[in-house]
Ligand binder design. Structure first.
Ligand code: K2U
Ligand code: ZN
Length: 173
């Protein structure tokens, strides 16, 4: 198990689309374990493989964030959103955009088809935070980021803030 560094915007690797998962062997199992450890340490309710620089069609979600609830880790390999219903506004965060919280409109309910960590196919109908997280993570798999859902004004603001922070970080090194 290892906590891996989460890529921060404007890191170009966040834009790389993931390749399909075809090998569910030991390396894949290790990646899933590392992603889970990284997500819980952040903490976050979701994490997509491209966020730690692994270009795979893979994300994990655990919306049972309160400590009292047992963790409910879900693995989505090669996910496909097959149905979208309704509309909902939610103030999202993203581990690749530290400190940014912006309203994003998403579908209220989704039906998703994917494979679990052993490659078994499943289908899931989700609503509430799980539905939002599925859509947020699925975007990461095609290199789409939260910033792409914002108005041009907000996008510029977030871009400038995080680009300046990255430049300052580099200068400080
Ligand atoms: O960066 C990520 O993909 C993790 C995201 C997942 C997420 C975003 C918006 C809505 C649901 C899930 C978050 O940073 S995890 C942190 C968080 C926790 C609770 C609610 C919103 C965001
Ligand atoms: Zn994100």
């Amino acid at each position: 198990m290892a906590i891996r560094p989460i890529l921060h915007y404007p890191d170009k690797r966040l834009r790389n689309p993931g390749k399909p998962v075809s090998d569910f062997g030991p390396e894949f199992q290790q990646l899933v374990d590392d992603m889970a450890e990284t997500m819980y340490a952040a903490p976050g309710v979701g994490l997509a493989a491209p966020q730690i620089g692994a270009s795979l069609q893979l994300f994990i979600i655990d919306v049972a964030t309160d400590d009292d609830q047992a963790s409910d880790l879900r693995i989505f390999a090669n996910p496909e959103i097959v149905e979208l219903h309704g509309e909902v506004l939610y103030e999202e965060g993203c581990l690749s955009f530290p400190g940014v919280r912006e309203d994003v409109v998403r579908a209220e309910r989704v039906r998703v088809r994917a494979q679990d960590r052993h490659g078994n196919s499943f289908e899931l109908e989700a609503d509430e935070l799980l539905a939002i997280a599925i859509q947020h993570e699925n975007d990461h798999l095609v290199g789409k980021l939260m910033i792409d859902h914002l108005s041009l004004l907000k996008r510029r603001l977030v871009h400038r803030t995080l680009t300046r922070r990255a430049a300052e970080g580099a200068a400080a090194e």
